[in-house]
Write a protein that binds this ligand. Sequence first.
Ligand code: ZN
Length: 343
Amino acid sequence: MSHTTAYCYDPFNLRHHLAGHPENRERLRGTWSLLQSEGALEGLLGVPSTPASDERLLRVHGRRHLQTVTLAAQRNAHLDPDTYVGGDSELAARLAAGGLLNVVDAVLAGQATNGFALVRPPGHHATPDRGMGFCLYNNVAIAARAAQAEQGLKRVLIVDFDVHHGNGTQDAFYDDGSVLFFSTHQYPYYPGTGHWRETGSGAGKGATVNVPMPAGVGDAGYFEAFDTVLAPIARRFRPQFILVSAGYDAHWNDPLAGMALTIHGYAGLVDRLLALADEQCGGRIIFTLEGGYHLEVLAHSVLNTLRQLSRSDEPISDPLGPCPWGEHDASAVLTQVRVMHLE
Ligand code: ZN
C-alpha cells in the first residue's frame, strides 16, 4: 500500500461553542483555515464523521453518563464549572468520537497508514462516569476499546502529550494491562492526578506510566522523557497500534499552562512517535486533538503534525519561535519514573 494519511473534520463540531471559553470553536475553525490555505490536506484521505453508536460509547462509559450528557444538552447545563454542554454538544461529542473511530477503521482496514482526527470537544478528562475539564466523551479511550473489541488487537499504546494529565483515559484502563497509557503533563496541576506512583492496579499494574513534570520543562526535558522512558517501555510492550492524545497546550505561550515546549519541540515529539510506530506496528498511529489554547500555536502545530504524518517535505512552520526563557530540568522526576518502571 502506498503511504496514505487519513483525517476527519466535521463543521458540526463548531456548534459546540461558548463565547469567551478557552475551548471554543475558534480553535478548530482557525486550524482548519490554516490547513486549507496551506493545502495541507491535498492528497490525504478525508473520512466522514458519523455519530458514535451507544454500543461503542458504552465500552468506556456507563449508560448513566450518556444520559447525563443528553440531559445537560437539553438544558444547556454545565457538567462542572469548566465544562459547558449546549444544545448541539451531545451530537458534537458523538461526532468527535465517531470521526476518530472512522479514522481508526480506515487505518486498521489498511485504507490508510496513519491519521489525525481534527475533533472537538476533547476527551481525555472524561472518565467512565463523568465529563469534566471541557471533555464529554473520552474519544481516545473509545477508539482503543473499538480497536480491541472490533479488530481483535491485543496491545494498544496511548500516548498523551497534552499538558494536563489524561485522568479519564487513565481511569478507563487502570486495571487493564492490554492498553498501555503513557502521559507527560505539568504537575502539580489540573486535574490533580498523574503522580508517578500511579502505575495501574491488578492486571494493569505497570501499564499506566505517568511522567509528572514541574512547570517550565521544555523541549530537552520532553525529548528525554520520550527517549529514556517512553521508547524503552513501548519496546517492551510491543504495541500493535498507537493512539496519541495530541494536546498542544504545553507550548511556552499557551494561556492555560506553564510549560516551555516550542512548536519545533512538538514536531520533535511527533518524529519520535512516528519512528516508534514504524518500528513497532507498521506505522499505524493516529493522533486525536485534545487541548491547545493559543490559536496560532495550535494551528501551526496541527499543520506540522499532518505534514509529518503525510511525509511532506515542507519545513516545520513555527511563527512563535524559541522559548524566550530558560527551561527547567526534568531529570529528577525522570529518574524516579525510570526506577519505577524500568529497573
Ligand atoms: Zn490540556
